[in-house]
Design a protein around this ligand. Sequence first.
Ligand code: FES
Ligand SMILES: [Fe+2]
Length: 446
Amino acid sequence: MTAHQVPMPMNGRDPANLRGDPITGDRYWSRDFARAEWEMLWTKIWHIAGRLSDIPDPGDFLVHDFMKESVIVVRQQDGSIRAFYNACGHRGMRLVRESSSVEAFVCPYHGWRWGKNGVLQYAQDPQDFPQGNPCGKLRLKELRCDAWGGFAWYTMDDAAPPLADYLDPIPALYRNYAMDTAVRVAWYRIELNANWKFVTDNFSESYHTRTAHPQVPPWIDQDVDSARHELWPKGHGRTVQPMRPSLTDRPAIGTNEVFAAILKAWDIDPDAYRSYEDFVIQGWRDLKAAKRRLWRERGYLHYEHLSDEEITDSLHTVIFPNVTISFLPDNLVFFRSEPHPDDAEKCFFDLWCMAFPVEGQEVVDSIMAGPRPLREAEACEHRVFDQGRGVPELTGQIVYQDMELAEGMQAGMHSRGYSDAHLAAQETRVRYFHEVLNDWLAGCRP
Ligand code: FES
Ligand SMILES: [Fe+2]
């Protein structure tokens, strides 16, 4: 098989793909369960340290703190990247607190200096070491790292499969996207009162959309039969939905301003259709044709390699276990949840809204954080959700609505009234996620 062939997915709407492992409440609050996740999952998977575009030059580095661990990914003189534990080889001091740029890492405790390549360059009183001068000999403990999708990845497991195997078939599926050109216009890390798995559960189904996100059906078709629910053996999965109004939640003719505006933006007259079905279905087809015709002159250069599906649809993709990327025609929306180091009932929720630059555009729809200037957000906004009070500017956004549900779900996981989920077929991927997680915890990674 060549790198560009993608094996047939399993049907993510078919519960025949499941064993039926129960999704019990203790998974969301038990310290023992969280400890098992640390030992059998987090120390063995590939993690995203950050974006490669944030470390363009030699000495630029990313710091990724994960629970009580911390890892540095640093750009080398030859342009490659290397990853090291963020712990000094002298007495273990944390070397750096946040991403930045250095000539060398100088430890704040006794001043040891480590090169970008992890080799010790300088130590005070080198002749005072009975073991011999450590300079040029000691090295920071290194981790494997690699790149995909414009992200720097690392793993703490020397025996982990290569990143491309771990991600399979995601790189092949998304080979058409110029992922490394996307600009992160909104950048948040939000502490949430919920276990990290709430986020993956939530992004593995669209069954909640009609209730939780009434603004979505006029824009992305939420009809269960319009979607493709895809599932892959390693636990990755996606929901592919047409970005056109749902026919089930049909408003009166002429009232869907959202889709009408999209059509108009591509020179299509939304009033020319004779019925609501025509407006939705033929309008969506006409939109594909118009984008095909006009992308270059309009500056949508990222469309060059995209398929007809990719220029008009939503490919909402979960990468096991904790990363979700919505591949939209003009945006990549990145979501990630990571466990809190001390409390299984909290997590950190990362929201990175990334937009593909279009010539002449100064403001973009970030999709999850409203309109934003088309430029890199300078720093990560660290917030506590606090029932929404911590992120007032996100009020009413889709992702805010999801976060509002988190605490209620977390509370429900403690109830003796809950013992397992009772799932719709279109929620098959929720249980599949837990079954793949159980496999990891049992020591058999798929
Ligand atoms: S702990 Fe880093 S120099 Fe001593
Ligand atoms: Fe949602």
